[in-house]
Design a protein around this ligand. Structure first.
Ligand code: FNR
Length: 368
């Protein structure tokens, strides 16, 4: 892995980055993608990405809990595959499909162009890219990399002056919303990572002066939502909600979208799977506030289950890293093509020709 080189040219600092792989990949499933990517990564980087907090119960539960629901396909509805419409509109943004790239920091750990390659791949597939404030590249570099739709994720810094400065750069760069992540408030390391005995793989953050980026504000309250909205002038998505009461409180405090998430099992081990808590949260919000769900999405079937249980869109985490490792921008577009193909196929079998038609009647909870 080659680090970025920063040089002064005229008055503007420029970033020289080695060109990395850009190869369209054909994804059969995410397990195969992960095993292939694992062979290309150091053990420390692989474990940092793949693992979850503590004993990883939540990490595994995120995948298992989709099996609590089975499909109840509707037959003889005359649905034509080519006419299936997967488009959605969220926060005024019309997207060709409801599968977002979840915000994740440090993409240059697996690709020399970092989030710029991710942005190019996302745009090729019309995917909404959520960019982490802990990115390796600056938010301006990422914004310029493509004209595709983008939202910016914020980890508030203990230095609220620094947080404000960063938030003020987001709208002028072209981002349409800020995602305030509220669950990364402590150690999320897995036991396996601790056993490896190595420091977290780290690259300088593109958005902050060196040394300041790790000081995440952990004593978060609803006043921080208002701060984020005022400083950025953008609608705020609250990410990391797992309780119906918190979802309602977030909306009351001014949230425009709720992202149901346990951070892919990287925050507090022992929290339930996102798909388990989603129905209660959807019930509390009554369809008035859009919901995004992440944590454990690996197949088109998972997407359809989440949408049927009340999500308006889903976000994908770890599969993005494996795709970026293996194909760069082409990996990302290949991954999104896989998700889209599976989404269409599942909708066809369920007898549904548009996203809004998916509802509780398309799934059933199985008793264990
Ligand atoms: C993350 N995630 C995350 N979330 C966030 O809000 N800001 C961030 O910077 C990061 N960074 C990050 C790094 C890595 C390596 C991973 C795997 C995840 C969490 C991410 O957005 C998302 O919530 C989960 O990854 C979704 O779960 P799955 O799809 O990975 O199971």
């Amino acid at each position: 892995m080659r680090a970025q080189v920063h040089e002064e040219a005229e008055n503007e600092p420029v970033t020289i980055v080695r060109k990395g792989i850009d190869k369209e990949i054909d994804v059969i499933n995410v397990d195969l993608l992960e095993s292939e990517a694992k062979t290309r990564l150091s053990e420390a980087v692989y474990v940092f990405i793949a693992n979850g907090a503590g004993g990883q119960w939540t990490l595994h539960e995120n995948l298992r809990a989709f099996n609590d629901y089975v499909f109840t396909p509707h037959r003889m509805g005359g649905v034509v595959r080519d006419k299936i419409d997967t488009s959605i509109t969220i926060l005024g943004e019309t997207l060709p499909h409801p599968i977002l790239i979840s915000p994740m920091g440090s993409h240059a750990l697996v690709h020399p162009e970092g989030e710029v390659a991710t942005a190019e791949g996302a745009a090729r597939s019309g995917t909404l890219l959520c960019v982490s404030s802990a990115s390796t590249r600056s938010l301006e570099d990422i914004a310029k990399a493509s004209s595709g739709p983008k939202w910016f994720q914020m980890y508030l810094n203990v230095d609220m002056g620094l947080s404000r400065e960063l938030l003020q750069r987001v709208r002028p760069a072209g981002f349409k919303a800020v995602i305030l992540t509220v669950d990364a408030i402590g150690q999320g390391s897995s036991d396996e990572y601790v056993r490896l005995g190595r420091a977290r793989p780290w690259l300088p953050y593109g958005n902050f002066p060196t040394g300041s980026a790790n000081a995440f504000k952990t004593d978060l309250s609803w006043a921080d939502l208002e701060f984020t909205r005022n400083a950025s002038g953008l609608p705020v998505v609250v990410k990391g909600i797992t309780r119906a009461e918190d979802a309602a409180a977030a909306v009351k405090a001014g949230a425009s979208v709720i992202q149901v998430s346990n951070h892919g099992g990287r925050a507090l081990d022992g929290t339930p799977a996102s798909i388990t808590v989603l129905p209660k949260i959807a019930d509390a919000l009554q369809g008035d506030t859009p919901i995004i769900m992440d944590s454990g999405i690996r197949r088109g079937m998972d997407v359809v289950k989440a949408l049927a249980l009340g999500a308006n869109a889903v976000a994908v985490g770890r599969p993005v890293w494996w795709a970026l490792t293996l194909g760069g921008a082409g990996g990302i577009s290949g991954l999104m093509a896989y998700f889209h193909r599976e989404l269409v196929n599942t909708m066809l079998h369920c007898g549904v020709d548009k996203i809004a038609a998916l509802g509780h009647e398309h799934v059933e909870r199985v008793s264990r």
